[in-house]
Design a protein around this ligand. Sequence first.
Ligand SMILES: [Zn+2]
Length: 292
Amino acid sequence: MKRPLILRGMFYSLLLCVTPLQAQGGVKVFISVDMEGITDVVDWDETRSSGSDYQYYRTLMTKEANAAIEGALEAGATEIVVRDSHGSGRNLLPEELNPKAKLLRDWSGGPFSMMEGIDKTFDAVIFVGYHAKAGTKDATLDHTMSSVSIRDLKVNGVSLPESGWNGLIAGCFDVPVVFLAGDKAACEQARAIFGNVEAVAVKEGIGEACLSLHPQKARELIKAGVKKAMGRLSEFKPLKYEPPYEIEIQFRSEHEAYRASWYPGAKRVGDWGVSYTSNDFLDLMRFFMLAR
Ligand SMILES: [Zn+2]
């Protein structure tokens, strides 16, 4: 069921001894999990399978995904899809993940990327392990989709972190973003874009260093934050901008801007940038996938 019919849900929940959300006939939750915003992660080496401490941090990543799953389940979620959204798309440990969730791994090659699997049947989107956009002060491993090629991503003039771009993809299917966990800068950027989103800062960047909560404390806050967000589901609106949609990518190299400018309909914006406009957001997703 799409939007919570909260009053009807509350009535049936009293009769059936289930939560208001369950009483509405099922609540489907999509959880996209990145790694740079996981508690204590501070260096690229810790996020790459070749890194000596990667195995430890992928365990923390899996436990933070589980904290979000548990919060959603306690709030009445009946179906959960977890999308592994980092690097290879093969970081979360399947056996360790809560068995009530399904796991979507690796990259299809299509434009949905970190939101692969989202569709109109979902009721809420949750982000775990998210980070700030490229160029953010006191942010941990800040980047926007690529750590090497993109300086900035804008849609309709708004500079976006990955949470914003992914939120717009969810918005195409009328699904709201309700919760984000990551570093403090990622939380601030999410609040600026989504307004009333529940956000849990598990760490705070200090230049290239970072100060983290204890992982166990972070998980407690994530579980409680997700539960709270799911309890407020009717308050959230899907993120949607007014068409026509304009995407602008500022690259880190002039050569990449030149290459992207050959995409049909693309326009060069200064030395480093390329823009593309359409009334269909899927066209922007295609551009973003193929022009870089
Ligand atoms: Zn990542």
